[in-house]
Design a protein around this ligand. Structure first.
Ligand SMILES: Nc1ncnc2c1ncn2[C@@H]1O[C@H](COP(=O)(O)OP(=O)(O)OP(=O)(O)O)[C@@H](O)[C@H]1O
Ligand code: SF4
Ligand SMILES: [Mg+2]
Length: 321
């Protein structure tokens, strides 16, 4: 297939707060090719989860308002009726949520929930689906998987529930997997196992992945391309090698410089993330930027290509002549 599997254009997610409109996602554009893993990174509150939820049509409107375009295999998902979106969710696009406890149904056994998810996609009787469900649980590192399939979600620890969620997400081999901080709560051995599983899915089945993470080390390890968000906007998107070795946006450079070392976790960088109600005019990063000029303070920069697929929302990209 040619062209991107997913193309998001000028996505806006807005809420009405008591103090005025809160634009939590403000004009985000990004694309994901077939078999590509795209990382979505940025500080807490940047709008990563809302972007993911908006793609899947999961923002409740009202109180939220969503605008823009989310093209998936040529169709604008934002214009589809909920009935059709429900068919796409879980089958063609699966999501692993940041909070697994909110996503597993507490009143059904874990194995039964997996069998149901598998039934959307696979042919076969209940016995076959059950065996496959147990295989998936084992593959995401649940010990004694056959026995644990009879347990309810509350009998799993947070990390195990997260692994079950990952199993559910990959069970149907979706075309697009949206994984929101899928490995953050897991210890390093399990994390490595999950990353391996995702890579296999991508390589063997051509699944595309939008991978949200706080952890730039993980993004470096697994992503083909990285998009960084700041205060509701995508500031830079680039192939991983460019992103980590030749960042063009001053914010990306600050993020990379603020990495404390081995763990790769994003820590807060000096200065404050602006309020999303009445954010600074012009470039949202200008109050924290060493390179800000009058132009930066006056007008919002648009994203543009600095080279090939390397795009940046900045008037004075680093490394530019
Ligand atoms: N339903 C809502 N109503 C109003 N504001 C919201 C709502 N949901 C999220 N927000 C705000 O939107 C902003 C972006 O939230 P989001 O959850 O997308 O951030 P994030 O980048 O995923 O952060 P984290 O890394 O902490 O998960 C935050 O400031 C959040 O408080
Ligand atoms: S547009 Fe200006 S303020 Fe914004 S990041 Fe670029 S140089 Fe800094
Ligand atoms: Mg989030």
């Amino acid at each position: 297939m040619t062209g991107p599997v997913l193309e998001v254009r000028e996505l806006v997610v807005e809420f009405l707060s008591e103090d005025g409109p809160l634009r939590a996602v403000d004009g985000v554009s990004l694309s994901i090719g077939r078999g590509e893993i795209v990382g979505l990174v940025g500080e807490s509150g940047a709008g990563k989860t809302l972007t993911s939820e908006a793609i899947l049509g999961l923002i409740r409107c009202p109180p939220g308002r969503v605008r823009g375009e989310v093209r998936f295999r040529g169709r604008n998902l934002l214009a589809l009726p909920e009935r059709e979106m429900a068919r796409i969710r879980g089958k063609e696009i699966a999501m692993i949520f940041q909070n697994p406890a909110a996503s597993l149904n507490p009143v059904f056994r874990v194995g039964d929930q997996l069998v149901e998810a598998l039934g959307l996609h696979l042919e076969g009787g209940r016995g076959t689906l059950r065996r496959r469900a147990v295989e998936i649980l084992a593959r995401v590192g649940i010990p004694a998987a056959a026995r644990r399939a009879h347990d309810y979600p509350h009998q799993f620890s947070g990390g195990m529930a997260q692994r079950v969620m990952i199993g559910m997400g990959v069970a149907c081999v979706p075309r697009l997997l949206i994984a929101d901080e899928p490995t953050t709560a897991l210890d390093v051995t399990i994390q490595a196992q999950i990353l391996r599983l995702l890579r296999e899915l991508v390589k063997e089945r051509g699944v595309s992945v939008l991978f949200t993470t706080h952890d730039l080390g993980t993004a470096h390890e697994i992503c083909d391309r990285v998009v960084v968000m700041y205060a509701g906007q995508e500031m830079e998107s680039a192939p991983s090698d460019d992103f980590f070795h030749r960042p063009a946006h001053p914010y990306t450079r600050r993020l990379l410089e603020s990495l404390p070392g081995a763990d790769g976790e994003i820590r807060d960088i000096p200065g404050e993330v602006p309020s999303l109600i009445g954010p600074p005019p012009g470039c949202r990063f200008h109050p924290r930027c060493d390179f800000a000029t009058a132009e930066c303070r006056a007008r919002r920069p648009d994203a543009h290509a600095v080279e090939g697929e390397h795009r940046v929302r900045c008037y004075h990209p680093l490394g530019a002549p």
